[in-house]
Design a protein around this ligand. Sequence first.
Ligand SMILES: [Zn+2]
Ligand SMILES: [Zn+2]
Length: 443
Amino acid sequence: MALPHGLKVLLPVLALVAAAPAMAQPDYAAAIKADYDKDLGALWDHFHRNPELSHMEVKTAARMAKELRATGAEVTEKVGGTGVVAVLRNGPGPVVLLRADMDGLPVKEASGLSNMSVARQVGVDGIENPVMHACGHDTHIVGLVATARRLVAMKDRWSGTVVMIGQPAEERIAGAKAMLADGLYTRFPKPDYALAWHVNSLLPTGTVSASEDIQYSSSDSIDITVPGVGAHGAAPHTGKDPVYIASQLVIALQGIISREKPPLKPGVITVGAFHAGTKHNIISDHADLQVTVRANDEDTRAMLIAAIRRVSANVGRLNGLPEDKLPVVKVIEGTPVTKNDPALTRRLNAVMVQTLGEEAVVPFEQKTMGAEDFAYFVQADHKVPGYYFAVGGTPRAALDAAEAGGPPVPSHHSPLFKIAPEPAIVTGATAMTAAVLELMKKP
Ligand SMILES: [Zn+2]
Ligand SMILES: [Zn+2]
């Protein structure tokens, strides 16, 4: 009795399944997977064990140059420091830039992976630190090699010039600017389109996601030095205490967010470092703050930075610091908002649906105010439309378990960060190959 009833329910379902188009993975997806199994997995293992800090990606760049040269691309090294540029010419047609960032982070890996990094390196700041690929840039560079190999294998299916770059120092939002300043758009073919992807630990493996507008916020790193007048800790009236003044400043800066910034415009001010003093009973002669500022539009960005300058100076005045010894505010580095080109994004998101399937293309949702220096490649004055997409890096089961109260998924930059390399690289390279074939297809 139960059986016929069950069948009645099952049959329409089967009919539906049969009617739906089979999820056609393109032929090159299997080739990328085979390439991963054969040697790209080992290449990822190598990069994961041997991360290098921003601006110091010397061995990584040399290996990337070797891998890209082996595909037949013309490779130029040391562009903007350790940057690598590989040009693949294949007849007339558009120029498409593919960017992968190469740097690791000063983090001691505790991911539990069998190929955990034990590397240490002296950074540009002169300080030795443990190093880890704690943002997944190792998957990006292997993905670029995978894409290069596939494009060479399918030269009959596209026409034009692909410019592939291994970019240094993304984590210091400095490498893109350095490569442009070193002639990326003048010494090499200037792109008609610029593409990049980033693995994302909050997205399930096998998925991609791209915004038709803002993909990443702007970011500015600001140093504030608060001068003081040193004194004995028991005689505060004889000095000017910079710890006290800088503490007021830390609080006052948050007033910019809550009382000055329009509430419907996103923005963040975070004081990430506060250093002052040497000992219990000495009033220091200065305090140093390191601040990050995020925004989603240039007006808010400029307003926040101007307000930080004004509030810093006036907190100094409030405490009686003389005009020539007010807090000094310096913008050390910054990057604009990373915006995707809306028309290009609609076009390529449709290609992602065709290539990976409807469910694999997740609607974009900006969850944090993370930043990216890819923004420099697609600034309006270059007239280079950009498409930047996220690629899932965590198995769905792990995300579901975390949502059900299980172990949390470690965030990017955490010592526990780990992504599933194979699906990230295979999906990223498949998606990137699909995008290039669309933009460069033979007429
Ligand atoms: Zn990062
Ligand atoms: Zn990153």
